[in-house]
Design a protein around this ligand. Structure first.
Ligand code: G3I
Length: 357
């Protein structure tokens, strides 16, 4: 199977133009060069030892982000011990292939270890634990990770515009819940102290369009910028599950955030499709999916402050969508399970090639 994937990858990378000469087509990272846009993907450490995974990754992307390896349950498994081994594998790969690295994520309400969630810590202790975590993790990657998702998904989808109730905010929280978003501010300040050169992002789900959640984030970021809280960017995840993207609203949202002086990264894009029991999508859906990838890339490219597009994995062989949808959805990424480029790949590359700024 492996040689087939390689032959196919080579075939898709070459096109025949006039005069019978074989001219290699550009990879995504080459296509993105003229615009300066970073083109990235989430990465799992285990398949880095798989030849097709590693070669596709190195060829196509200039930005990587560990998908799970930097979350608390992996990196901080015991109160007094950190385990950077898995994330280090991703960081080493990126360094060897001249790629930038995003860090995900320092503060989240999911994928936290039991010692933390069941530890019944008081606010003061929790603040110390969080500060120590941020300083240790950001410090370990100082000068290597160029951008961090400092806080992820702090706003609630059930109560639009309101902060989510979490261990960090008010269960019991780090002691600042009564002051609105000041627990978030505190995390940005700690991260900045740990690596003053790193770009610090607030990352959010379902806030890519104009809606109450993005309004609340916009107000928070505007306030942070005005008061000199060190925030450099906003990540819009862009998990699309219904084959629909309101591109006008996404574009207007990118516009208003970049006008605040922060960068926008598209951080976790995938476009889930309904799949049959074999995991296969309908051909017509692959084309609709391609259109969405092209439209989102074009919207990002039309704003100079939108500086990265990242997909949440790149091969359908490794994607969170299947297990999280009881295998009803899948096929969300640019390459199929055998690393064959899908229509979405060509559509994204075309958009990147036409992006000049
Ligand atoms: O660590 C265990 C491992 O010990 C066990 O053997 C294995 C068996 O299933 O599970 C492993 O945990 C999995 C974990 O990822 C680490 O691989 C969980 O089952 C799995 O549910 C978990 O899913 C991750 C999910 O976040 C958790 O919420 C996905 O891989 C990851 O893609 C997803 O990523 C999130 C972003 O961080 C934030 N935005 C949304 C996005 C999609 O949900």
């Amino acid at each position: 199977m492996k040689w087939r994937a390689h032959v196919f990858a080579l075939a898709t990378a070459v096109s025949y133009l006039g005069f019978g000469a074989a001219v290699p087509e550009q990879s995504l990272r080459e296509a993105a060069r003229s615009s300066g846009l970073l083109i990235g993907t989430a990465v799992r450490p285990a398949p880095l030892s798989e030849a097709a995974y590693a070669s596709t990754l190195a060829r196509e992307f200039n930005l990587l982000e560990p998908e799970d390896a930097l979350k608390w349950e992996g990196v901080h498994p015991e109160p007094q011990s950190f385990d950077f081994s898995q994330a280090d594998r991703v960081v080493d790969f990126a360094t060897r292939h001249d790629m930038k690295i995003r860090g995900h994520t320092l503060v989240w309400h999911r994928q936290n270890p039991k010692w933390l969630t069941e530890g019944k810590y008081a606010s003061g202790e929790l603040a110390q634990i969080l500060e120590q975590h941020i300083r240790a993790v950001v410090g370990h990657y100082r000068g290597k990770i160029f951008a961090w998702d400092v806080v992820n998904e702090a706003f609630d989808e059930l109560h639009p515009g309101e902060l989510r109730s979490t261990i960090w905010r008010d269960q019991p929280g780090i002691g600042l819940a009564e002051n609105g978003n000041s627990y978030i501010e505190r995390c940005f300040r700690w991260a900045h102290e740990a690596d003053p050169q790193a770009l610090l992002f607030y990352n959010e789900a379902e806030a890519e369009v104009l809606n109450p959640k993005s309004d609340a984030i916009y107000a928070m970021v505007g306030d942070f910028r005005q008061r000199g809280v060190p925030i450099d960017g906003v990540g819009f995840q862009m998990h699309i599950a219904d084959l629909h993207a309101d591109v006008a609203s996404i574009s207007a949202n990118i516009s208003r955030f970049t006008a605040l002086g922060v960068q926008v990264h598209i951080t976790e894009m995938d476009v889930a499709l309904p799949v049959d029991p074999n995991g296969s999508p309908r051909p017509e859906d692959l084309q609709k999916q391609a259109d969405i990838y092209r439209q989102i890339a074009t919207a990002c490219l039309s704003h100079p402050g939108c500086t990265a597009i990242q997909t949440w994995g790149f091969t359908d062989k490794y994607s969170w969508i299947g297990s999280h949808s009881k295998q009803r959805q899948g096929a969300a990424l640019l390459f199929d399970r055998d690393y064959r480029a899908k229509p979405a790949y060509a559509a994204l590359r075309t958009a990147l090639e036409s992006g000049r700024r």
